[in-house]
Unconditional design. Structure first.
Length: 559
């Protein structure tokens, strides 16, 4: 317990020398009574460029009501948010991963500048979730994340559709399997309102992760964005932050090694996005918790895949709410011994205590019972081999082939690969290689939902594999191997693959190899010359110069 709930903000608000600061705050409408209370920062990622975060302004209003009712004074501020869905397949996508660190920086700087006593971060689209978590962890003051919620699925010709189906339809049109008129119908139906992309894609994966790791109150994330219950969720979150402040519970108290293992298990059990690997590695670094790629593979090997969720399953994220919410996922993890039940959460209760209160909807089959999983191991695999000495990541649902040997089709950019796919140049058994799209080379490690969906939409999802030093959307499905490290721009082996080289993918053995002799690989690497940077100044150039390998979370490092 803390006796002084204003131990940070007093520096800004109290004493004769702070009269100037008080005068400016009074100009906004704050009173002496307001400034005598603990100051709670509301870090909002609202932005008018996407449906994912569009509801966060209204949600913030309810959060602030809850803060005031519990005896605090809220002060709202904003940060950036880049929509992966809107920017997908363009140069704009390069800004997405870079924005994660900018979000963390901005929340950290606002917290240090205004000396808030506690912070609630309102998040939705992919990078806002880990970015906000990283910022709160740096500040290490009482705080937590509140997720804005998933979008509802659209409906087209009697079936549910999401943004994933739009991108796959683009590939189907290119392959002559669908008309432009049908594509337009899906485009018009797929996103019917506010909320983050509606499968167990990156946003909903990370929202699940934050509840299981303990940085979000369990029972808040699964409530959809447009559901009237979200108002109550926001109000109660505003009240909870005052309790968290009273208990002086900080992010680093929550983010233990056990909590990270729980989070990884939740990704495995739900078939979550490969982006969770990058983000958890980055968050662990902020928390000072040792974590490696091998931890993901080991935990996934021992955790069953139990959630029948898009992109490879049949249900959308709102069905998790209808099934009983993330509490049911927590219960599966605890009951099966796949999670540390004694890990503390932001509510002050343990994960096991929260899981014990789960109310599962009778007869639901969204979250399968432990004795009937979709497959006995999780969806995340970490591959190594001479093409990925530092590792690479693939997500599997269980229907994919586990062995593929084929010729490399080599492209030095996402655009070049996309042109080949929609142009009908990719054939069954090809292995598409896309390089110079990593954290440094891109820069920004673009997601490639357009490319992977075009492959699936063209009917090649079961016969064509893809390997890249870039990354994938959580909506990607099939044998799509990303995060290859070292990346091509760092002189990784991906840089010396040539058109037609044979590549072998063996998922059972966790390997991806270029079928050349060690001598030939060494000779090619010796002759390789790095390409010129794609940006010479500004944020992109700075990021490219400072970013670490994907195997380390693609975090910025001090030069």
């Amino acid at each position: 317990m803390s006796s002084d709930l204003k131990r940070h903000s007093r520096t800004i608000t109290d004493g004769r020398t702070r009269a100037g600061a008080r005068a400016m705050l009074k100009a906004i409408g704050f009173t002496d009574e307001d400034l005598a209370k603990p100051i709670i920062g509301i870090a909002n990622t609202w932005i008018e460029t996407m449906p994912c975060n569009i509801n966060l302004r209204a949600l913030a209003a309810r959060v602030k009501e809850g803060v005031r009712a519990a005896g605090g004074t809220p002060m709202e501020f904003n940060t950036v948010a880049i929509s992966d869905g809107v920017t997908m397949g363009t140069e704009g996508m390069k800004a997405s991963l870079i924005s994660r660190d900018l979000i963390a920086d901005s929340i950290e700087l606002m917290g240090r500048g205004y000396m808030f006593d506690a912070i609630i971060a309102l998040v939705a689209c992919d990078k806002t979730i880990p970015g906000a978590a990283m910022g709160l962890t740096r500040l290490n003051i009482p705080g937590f994340l509140l997720y804005g919620g998933s979008i509802a699925p659209g409906h087209w010709r009697g079936k549910e559709v999401t943004i994933q189906h739009v991108y796959e339809a683009i590939g189907a049109v290119a392959a002559g399997k669908m008309t432009d008129e049908e594509l337009k119908e899906i485009e018009d139906a797929a996103c019917p309102g506010p909320g983050a992309c509606g499968g167990q894609y990156t946003a909903n994966t990370m929202a699940t992760v934050m509840e299981i790791i303990g940085l979000s109150p369990i029972g808040t994330a699964a409530v959809p964005a447009a559901d009237p219950r979200k108002d109550s969720v926001g109000y109660r979150a505003g009240q909870l932050i005052m309790d968290v402040l009273q208990r002086d519970l900080k992010p680093r108290d929550i983010l233990t090694r056990a909590a990270f293992e729980n989070a990884i298990a939740s990704v495995a059990l739900t078939g979550g996005s490969t982006n969770a690997v990058l983000h958890l590695l980055a968050l662990a670094r902020e928390a000072g918790v040792p974590l490696t790629l091998d931890d993901f593979d080991a935990i996934s090997r021992r955790t069953p895949l139990c959630c029948d969720l898009m992109p490879s399953g049949k249900y959308s994220a709102i069905h998790v709410d209808q099934a009983g919410g993330i509490q049911v996922i927590a219960k599966r993890l605890v009951d099966g011994g796949f999670a540390h039940g004694d890990a503390i959460t932001v509510t002050g209760r343990t994960l096991a205590q929260e899981a014990a209160d789960a109310v599962e909807t009778p007869g639901q089959d969204v979250i399968r019972p432990l004795d009937n999983p979709i497959k006995p191991t999780g969806g995340l695999l970490v591959l190594r081999g001479n093409l990925a000495p530092e590792g690479s990541v693939v997500k599997l649902f269980g229907y994919e082939r586990t062995y593929h040997r084929g010729p490399a089709r080599v492209f030095d950019s996402e655009e070049a690969a996309m042109a080949a796919i929609v142009g009908g140049e990719i054939r069954p058994d090809d292995i598409v290689v896309i390089r110079y799209e990593g954290p440094r080379g891109g820069p920004g490690m673009r997601e490639m939902l357009g490319v992977t969906s075009a492959i699936v939409g063209a009917g090649l999802g079961q016969s064509v594999s893809l390997i890249t030093d870039g990354r994938f959307s959580g909506a990607t499905r099939g044998v799509m191997i990303g995060h290859v490290a070292p990346e091509a721009a760092r002189g990784g082996p991906l840089a010396i693959v040539r058109e037609g080289d044979e590549i072998e993918i063996n998922l059972d053995e966790r390997r991806v190899d270029l079928l050349l002799s060690e001598e030939e690989i060494a000779d090619r690497l010796l002759a390789w010359q790095p390409p010129a940077p794609r940006f010479e100044w500004g944020a992109m150039a700075r990021y490219s110069a400072l970013v670490s390998s994907a195997s380390e979370g693609a975090v910025l490092v001090t030069p």
